[in-house]
Design a protein around this ligand. Structure first.
Ligand code: TYD
Length: 214
């Protein structure tokens, strides 16, 4: 049986991680004959650890040049982590016939670093897609959890979990990049209205996933 790759994407505060944790119970119940693997990016592997320590580094960039170098470093770390994820988990599991569900994947890099690299790289969104295209494993389906950036920020504030990438202007730009990517590959994406009540969001996500699993 061929494996299936499904990815969950959205801005911070879109609720996809909560949905992912509920899916870890619901999906094996609904398709007991399949083996499910739940994974995420950034990963918990070596490359992911390096990346998290880079993201947690609060030292201020002292010049424009240093800031540019650090943004390129950040893209390289996300890219290394994605390659590691493919090599250590995703490809093996798909070969074994598993259903792999990843909370964030390469589209997060296109959407987020497509913003951070503006002013450094011309047309960064297209550039990142071009870099990934020759070696990426393209998901069979991607669920985009759609929310208003302001609402997402409110949710994050309520949880007191504001991190590096969670300012409103930045989130609006990331959101707009996700919508551009969705429009570029409409056959791969299913947009989930994540502003509905939680049970409905889980139901919609479950339906979108089960549709492509026998
Ligand atoms: P996130 O999945 O939200 O991690 P956590 O569960 O620890 O909150 O990812 C951390 C941040 O990194 C988040 O703001 C999104 C951002 N990110 C990128 O900028 N590029 C990427 O390629 C990925 C995977 C995440």
């Amino acid at each position: 049986m061929r494996g299936i790759l499904i990815t969950l994407e959205g801005i911070d505060g879109s609720g996809k991680t909560t949905v992912a944790s509920i899916l870890t119970h619901k999906l094996p119940e609904a398709r007991s004959q399949r083996h499910f693997v739940f994974t995420a990016e950034p990963t918990i592997g070596e490359a992911g650890k390096l990346l998290r320590s880079h993201l947690a580094d609060k030292s201020h960039d002292t010049s424009e040049e240093i800031s540019r170098a650090r943004r390129i470093q950040e893209l390289s770390l996300f890219m290394a982590d994605h390659a590691d994820h493919l090599a250590k988990t995703v490809i093996h599991e798909l070969d074994k016939g598993s259903v792999v569900i990843s909370d964030r994947y390469a589209d997060s890099t296109t959407a987020y670093q497509g913003v951070t690299l503006r002013g450094i790289i011309p047309e960064p969104l297209d550039w990142i897609r071009d870099i990934y295209r020759p070696w990426n494993v393209v998901p069979d389906r991607t669920l985009f959890f759609s929310v208003e950036p302001m609402g997402a920020i409110r949710r994050l504030r309520a949880r007191k979990k504001m991190e590096k990438f969670e300012r409103l202007e930045f989130m609006k730009e990331v959101d707009s990049n996700f919508r551009k990517i969705t429009a570029l590959e409409p056959e791969r994406f299913v947009t989930i209205d994540a502003q509905k009540e939680a049970d409905r969001v889980v139901e919609d996500a479950l339906d979108a996933i089960l549709e492509i699993i026998d």
